[in-house]
Design a binder for this molecule. Structure first.
Ligand SMILES: [Mg+2]
Length: 228
């Protein structure tokens, strides 16, 4: 049985507690779209609700105008990583937490640039990178440069998510992380995605859900996959 360890995207302390109750050990929050004190209070409430053992990953989607100040302010909350704190092409902050790059990764040169700029993690979305095989190649390039790899998705429906999930499970890279919705509407185990051992292009298609349900679930970065 293939398993891809997951993390859950949450918005507040209540959702965080629900995810942890389901088994999540890592949570992701989108931040940077409100003022720093507001966002700091929200994430601090999550940290207080889930305790120190849960990893908190913050994704700013390039929205931080003063990233150094944000990273310093969030330092006491023990952030596992900051994802794309500054826009693609802008310098990465040198803060107390590891930096992940997402929107800045579109090909091999971007992976090399991420490693050279001090990033610790690359977020790889097959739909933006030329598909599963291209993403596989980029993942191994990144791992060879000492980067952690996070396989995730954009707005794919079940077919795309199933492929990304299998890619994440197949990439037996140290430090593998990812961001995947389950390929069907089955209840979410917040710690692991369990995948059929058959290829995603074969009998696994049997597990594809109702297209209406699939479309409703197709939100970017809602769930992620964590390192074994
Ligand atoms: Mg992201």
């Amino acid at each position: 049985m293939l398993r891809a360890p997951t993390h859950a995207q949450v918005r507040d302390a209540a959702e965080a507690q629900q995810a942890v109750a389901l088994g999540a050990t890592a949570l992701k929050l989108k931040v940077g779209h409100a003022a720093l004190p507001v966002e700091l209070a929200r994430v601090a409430a999550v940290r207080a609700a889930v305790g120190p053992a849960i990893a908190l990953r913050l994704d700013a989607n390039g929205a931080l105008a003063d990233a150094d100040a944000w990273l310093d302010a969030f330092g006491p909350l023990d952030v596992a990583w900051w994802e794309q704190p500054t826009p693609p092409g802008a310098p990465l902050p040198r803060g107390p937490a590891p930096i992940a790059v997402d929107e800045a990764i579109r090909g091999p040169a971007d992976v090399a640039a991420a490693a050279a700029s001090g990033a610790a993690v690359v977020v790889l979305k097959p739909a933006f990178l030329g598909g599963l095989l291209a993403t596989w190649t980029l993942a191994h390039q990144a791992a060879g440069l000492g980067l952690r790899v996070c396989v995730t998705h954009a707005f794919e429906t079940a077919v795309g998510r199933a492929g990304a999930a299998h890619l994440a499970a197949a990439l037996a890279l140290p430090g593998l992380a990812g961001g995947l919705l389950p390929p069907g509407p089955a209840p979410l185990d917040a710690r692991w995605l369990t995948l059929p051992t058959c290829p995603a292009t074969g009998p696994a298609m049997i597990m594809l859900p109702d297209p209406v349900v699939s479309a409703r679930l197709a939100a970017a970065d809602q769930i992620a996959v964590d390192a074994p």
